[in-house]
Design a protein around this ligand. Structure first.
Ligand code: ZN
Ligand code: ZN
Length: 411
């Protein structure tokens, strides 16, 4: 039996609910997705990424889709953000997600994103990396996208059960981090975080870059707010669990980080932005290139989720059509001799503007003759009549099975 390659396309926040602006149709119903409909030999249906009714984050859901139970393996987003930003983590390192923000002299937050477009982020991160060490703990900052950073603490005896310094709201004071357990590791880590926050503010307050920002009427990036502490432990790689060597095409740091944690090669081709202005064909070309080298390629497209969070129904339709074009690009370059999975990591209904626990439409195409589902259009309504009804954790097994790569369980 021929072992097929596998392309898994994840439209972030793919599914939806009927939208008033679209005449009570869903964005998928309205979208022109001819390449997807061209995949006649497909099964369709619904997937609960984490579990029925569970509202997943992109991180927990991607872990499940890549075969790891998030209830066992997930302990916060910080480590994935850090890996996605290029950090090399060792066991016991504690990572945080961070934002450059603006505070006044009383440490009250004026702007959680320091104006959002922070063109000085790279240089500010360099200035902060002069700190080097706090209380014998190594500190390293990594630049994320826009105003985001990742911070990694390395040293003996660090804990991850510490509270955020980010109050998650403007008009409030920067919080003191506190230990959330009786463990001395956690109280020591909280102390390091508070010392670090003081030091960061001192450096940024004095920074020439911020003085120049203020001269131009821009809010100074004079603090880094920290949240989501998580401690690094290694994950069972995709190849050790499935035999697949894989790669991932994404422009989103946290997805890049998850894929790196699971041993996948990651790539962000030119023009891929992680937003609604992304270059879909560039992503398709890169996925096609990687499919020549790898058994498994995950092509992640964030635009659908970005449009949903902003409540932009028509942009979501355009993003779905972009996903269809990216898939068309792969099919043009690689042909139809592969197994294709197409789904979302969760639904993000545009009218809700946040993730929902609804099941996500799913399509599995196989080049071999099997019983396919009759459908004329890939959308939430037709997916309900399809034969698949699975959890995210089942998806890799289905893809392995239809690509003739499934391992025998028992004898
Ligand atoms: Zn997502
Ligand atoms: Zn989202």
């Amino acid at each position: 039996m021929k072992r097929h390659k596998i392309l898994l396309v994840i439209g972030d926040g793919l599914g939806d609910r009927p939208v008033k602006e679209l005449g009570n149709k869903t964005p998928l119903q309205v979208a022109n997705t001819e390449n997807i409909e061209g995949l006649r030999n497909s099964m369709i249906g619904l997937m609960d990424p984490v579990g029925p009714g569970v509202r997943p984050g992109s991180d927990t859901s991607h872990l499940a889709i890549l075969g790891l139970d998030p209830y066992v393996y997930y302990n916060g987003r910080g480590i994935f953000e850090a890996l996605g930003a290029g950090a090399i983590l060792n066991k016991g390192d504690v990572a945080f997600r961070g934002n450059f923000a603006t505070v006044d002299e009383d440490m009250v937050i004026k702007d959680r994103r320091a104006g959002r477009n922070l063109s000085e982020a790279e240089e500010l991160v360099r200035e902060l990396n002069e700190i080097g060490e706090i209380m014998g703990v190594k500190v390293k900052f990594y630049r994320g996208t826009e105003h985001r950073v990742a911070v990694v603490l390395s040293g003996e005896e660090l804990g991850e059960h510490v509270s955020d310094t980010d109050p998650h709201e403007e008009g409030l004071k920067v919080r003191q981090s506190t230990s959330m357990s009786q463990d001395v590791k956690d109280s020591r880590t909280a102390k390091v975080v508070n010392e670090l926050t003081k030091k960061v503010h001192e450096i940024l307050r004095e920074s020439e870059l911020n003085r120049r920002r203020q001269e131009r009427g821009l809010p100074p990036a004079n603090i880094v707010l920290l949240r989501g502490a998580s401690s690094y432990k290694s994950f069972p790689s995709l190849s050790s669990r499935t035999g697949l060597n894989g790669a991932c095409v994404t422009a989103t740091a946290v997805i890049r980080g998850i894929c790196r944690a699971l041993g996948l090669e990651t790539s962000t081709p030119p023009g891929a932005t992680g937003g609604i202005n992304t270059d879909y064909l560039s992503k398709g070309r890169e996925a096609a290139r990687l499919l020549k080298e790898k058994d498994f390629v995950l092509m992640h497209i964030k635009a659908t989720d970005a449009a949903s969070h902003d409540g932009l129904a028509k942009e979501k339709v355009r993003a779905l059509e972009g996903i269809d074009r990216a898939m068309g690009q792969v099919l043009n370059q690689v042909g139809e001799e592969m197994v294709i999975g197409l789904t979302g990591d969760h639904t993000t209904p545009v009218e809700l503007r946040e993730h929902a626990g609804d099941p996500v439409p799913l399509l599995i195409y196989t080049p071999e003759i099997i019983v396919s589902d009759q459908f004329s259009h890939f959308d939430e309504i037709q997916a309900r009549k399809g034969s698949l009804r699975i959890r995210g954790l089942d998806l890799m097994n289905l893809l392995l099975n239809y690509s003739n790569r499934g391992q025998l369980f028992g004898e």
